[in-house]
Structures are given as C-alpha cells and as structure tokens.
Design a protein around this ligand. Structure first.
Ligand code: SIN
Ligand code: FE
Length: 259
C-alpha cells in the first residue's frame, strides 16, 4: 500500500457543497462517474449534476497523472475505469455481510469479469470535518486463498455463458473470476477469521491520498465519510512481479489454468 500523507485533492471552493451525504440519491452510498460515457450515476438528480461530474472527472484525471509520474511503467497500460465519490459515513450503515465492506475482503466485481487483470485503486480523503478514513488491512493473500479455496463451490457448467447471455455480467466470467468472488464472500462469512487474522488498523486523515491493488491487499473500510476513489485496470504483463498477481498465485495453488 502506498500512502501519500501530504497529497490532498484540491477541491474548488464551489465544490464544498458536495461534501454531504445528501448528494447520494435514495439509499445509495456512492456516486459514480463513468469516464467512457461521461455519465454520473447514484447521485440525487438536480441542477448540480454537471459540476459534480466535473469534480469526479478531475479527480480521475489527476489520479492518472499521479500514477504515470510515480510508476511510469504502468502508464501505457492503465485502463481508467469508474471514479467514485463516497460521501456517506461508513460507520453504522446496515448491510448484508456480502455487501459489507467493513469486513476484510479482496475486491471482485460480480458484474465485471477481470480475467486476471489487476485492480489498482487510488483514494483521497476529502472529509470537511477532519474525520479520518479508517481501514483494517491484511497482507497475506496466499494464506487467505489457501484457507478459503476449499470452501468455494464450482459454478454449474454453463453458468458463466448464461450470465453473460442474459447481461448479468459484462462478458463471460472465467474460473479466476468465480474463485475471486468466492474468496470475497467466504472471507466475509468467516466471523472468527475476520477478528483473528493478522491485521493492522490504518487511519487516513483528511487531506491524504493512498493506493493499493485491492484485488490482493485485504482491506475493510471501518469509518469515514467523503472519500474519492479512482479504479484502474492493469494487465498482468505490465507488472514488475507478475508472480505476485492473484491469478498466478491462484493458478499455483489450484494447479490449473484459470483464464
Ligand atoms: C472498499 O473498497 O472495500 C471500500 C474502501 C473505502 O470506501 O474506503
Ligand atoms: Fe473493497
């Protein structure tokens, strides 16, 4: 995990008004911006939509510049996915275990198969009241995989093709995607392990930025409000150490090709 304690995301004075849970519509927790379509989602509809979209887009652009400067070898391979704004206080939110990101997990998206590509996320805390974003973090992906792989049931043959055909997933899930979703769920369901596995609590104060591969770094967001986040997808071939990718680690553990 890379932590940049002196790198705030600069809000424009007129953007201070967005730092409230009210910008999220209904019971949504995040506002998201899709850079390929230039479209905002999850927000409460209103006259501010374009300005809110511009704030998220600016964060995404700056996150890309930051990465290109810090890790130039990724620059030609960075695929910018969604930007999100997370205005709602994390603590005290009601959620089913599978959706509760206060439980340690690696990221795996039910609707968007990754086929082994990495998920790199850049976060900035822009909270107006200095509330830190509090995470629990654990690093042992191999130990996590070894513990939970035996609990994952194989999907029935043909499931992935059907899910794709009915538009439930964007493209067909690979065996890798099924295993990552299985790890995500099984880890969240294991209450004992959640408390006993080696972990540290980290506070990211307002005005700081941090990033990690959220598909291999176990994380749980325990508290905080008003964070911005940009997701990037990166092919394994662009990595300095492809052997550390979850795909290669899972292929070693299962002894088979997963994509
Ligand atoms: C997560 O990716 O699990 C949540 C991170 C956050 O919102 O701080
Ligand atoms: Fe996550």
């Amino acid at each position: 995990m890379l932590y940049l304690p002196h790198l705030p995301f600069q809000l424009l004075p007129s953007e201070d008004r967005f730092l409230t849970a009210d910008v999220a519509g209904g019971n949504r927790k995040n506002v998201s911006f899709d850079p390929t379509r230039g479209a905002l989602g999850g927000n409460k509809p209103g006259p501010d939509t374009a300005e809110l979209a511009a704030m998220l887009n600016r964060f995404g652009t700056q996150a890309r510049q930051l990465l290109c400067g810090l890790i130039p070898r990724y620059a030609p391979h960075l695929e910018r996915a969604r930007t999100s704004f997370r205005p709602v206080e994390v603590k005290g939110r009601e959620q089913t275990p599978r959706h509760d990101d206060r439980l340690l997990h690696v990221d795996a998206f039910p609707t968007r198969p990754m086929h082994g590509k990495r998920i790199l996320r850049v976060f900035s805390n822009v909270s107006p009241d200095n509330s830190p974003r509090e995470w629990r973090v654990a690093g042992d992906f191999a130990g996590y995989a070894r513990r939970f792989l035996p609990r994952i049931r194989n999907p029935l043959p043909g499931t992935a093709a059907l899910q794709a055909a009915f538009g439930l997933t964007k493209g067909k899930r690979s065996a890798y995607d099924s295993l990552m979703l299985g790890l995500h769920d099984q880890g969240k369901f294991d209450t004992d392990w959640q408390h006993t596995t080696d972990q540290v609590t980290v506070h990211f104060p307002s005005g700081t930025t941090w990033m990690c591969f959220t598909d291999s770094v176990l994380h749980a967001a325990m508290a905080g409000r008003c964070a911005l986040e940009q997701t990037f997808h990166i092919p394994i071939a662009a990595m300095a150490h492809p052997e550390l990718s979850p795909l290669h680690q899972l292929e070693n553990l299962t002894n088979r090709a997963l994509v």
